[in-house]
Write a protein that binds this ligand. Structure first.
Ligand SMILES: Cc1ncc(COP(=O)(O)O)c(C=O)c1O
Length: 384
């Protein structure tokens, strides 16, 4: 039996959850102004690094008294710098509901061996946010990229907390409202919502986080790449563009381009609206088709960036191989690239909906998803 292919194709089939689609106006020649072959410590390089920091502040509405640093090793580097530099002063609540959060638990419990209260939930669910002790430090992921479950907002975070909140916001920044007064450390990578390049992480510190850095010295040694203080004082230069080690000026230029594009679509609110519209198109598709559903159970926790889907048709015999086969068909047709679920997540699909993705492309791709599903059901029946 042949199932008819839809007539239209997405103009851009890139729906990867990282590196994510470049801004729609991107072309390599737009990076021609990069300070290549120049010292990043020369005025031209420093100015660009500073523009990346201040552009981030402007677009994300980060308060003037928060420090923003460009650090090595993408989001992982930024998170681990924070964990290694700040934790150990008090107990810590570690929250995890998918594999990246779980990775930070491993860092804290198995590597740093800190006294931790570990709170976890299965894929699709979220931990009990009312149970968090804000006398402790609290480490969490704003949007769990591999389960498509996000915190609904920051209302659960105590204003009068004694501990620090450390938030991995890499798949949330530029797509969700982040309440800066609730976040002491926030991290993200350029490769996610803005479709930039990996390599560098952004580390955003509240005044309280700086106070901790200047008043507490961890018991363990810190490599140079993690060191944020010297002689008990914050190294302010890191937060003014004097990076710890050499950055990629090509990646910096690419980020500056992405920031400009973000301004052109209405800044943060424009980006949020684009992600919401993309995710909404998929939510409606799930409502209209009884064989597919959102992995995130509670609608208030459903991601508008990494939308994770599960197949629910009772005819499916082997969920993992079925989902892989559907993703493979879509890739072979060049209508959806890189949409298989994350390797540690339940079988299914994950479709990136961040602002660099066009809603028209999501809308053009969804009939193909239906086509691939039906083709695979038919193939499974034929093989039986
Ligand atoms: C929530 C989360 N944390 C951390 C990472 C790791 O990011 P990077 O590879 O940029 O270090 C990712 C990447 O997908 C992520 O989604």
């Amino acid at each position: 039996m042949t199932i008819e292919r839809p007539a239209a194709r997405p103009a851009n089939p890139r729906f990867s959850s990282g590196p994510c689609a470049k801004p729609p106006t991107f072309e390599l020649n737009k990076l021609a102004g990069a300070a290549l072959g120049r010292s990043h410590r020369a005025a031209v390089g420093k100015d660009k690094l500073k523009a990346a920091i201040e552009g981030t502040r402007e677009l994300l509405g980060i308060p003037a008294d928060y420090r923003i640093g460009i650090v090595p090793a993408s989001d992982t580097g930024a998170v681990e710098m924070a964990l290694w530099s700040l934790l150990g002063e008090r107990k810590v609540d570690m929250l995890a509901w998918e594999s990246f959060g779980a990775g930070w638990v491993t860092d804290v419990v198995k590597q740093l061996k800190i006294d931790a209260e570990v709170k976890t939930a299965d894929y699709g669910q979220i931990v009990d946010l009312a149970s968090i002790d804000f006398n402790n430090d609290v480490v969490f992921t704003w949007n769990g990229t591999t389960s498509g479950v996000r915190v609904p907002n920051g209302d659960w975070i105590a204003d009068d907390r004694a501990g620090l909140t450390i938030c991995d916001a890499t798949s949330a920044a530029f797509a969700m409202d982040l309440p800066w007064d609730k976040l002491d450390v926030t991290t993200f990578s350029w490769q996610k919502v803005l479709g930039g390049e990996a390599a560098h992480g952004m580390l955003i510190l509240s005044p309280r986080a700086v106070e901790r850095l200047e008043s507490y010295t961890p018991a363990w040694p810190l490599p140079k790449i993690f060191r944020l203080t010297k002689g008990g004082k914050l190294i302010e230069g890191i937060f003014q563009g004097a990076t710890i080690n050499t950055p990629s000026m090509l990646a910096v230029e690419d980020y500056l381009f992405a920031l400009d594009w973000a301004r052109s679509v209405g800044g943060l609110q424009g980006l949020i609206a684009r992600a919401d519209a993309n995710a909404q198109a998929i939510f409606e598709f799930c409502d209209q088709n009884d064989w597919i559903d959102n992995l995130a159970e509670d609608p208030s926790t459903r991601s508008n960036t990494s939308v994770c889907l599960k197949f629910t048709d009772p005819r499916i015999r082997d969920g993992a191989s079925f989902a892989k086969a559907v993703a493979k068909r879509l890739e072979a047709e060049n209508v959806a690239l890189d949409i298989g679920a994350y390797r540690d997540a339940p079988a299914g699909l994950r479709i990136w909906c961040g602002g660099t993705v066009e809603t028209s492309d999501i809308q053009a791709m969804l009939p193909w998803l239906k086509w691939a599903f039906e083709a695979e059901i038919a193939a499974q029946a034929e093989a039986a």
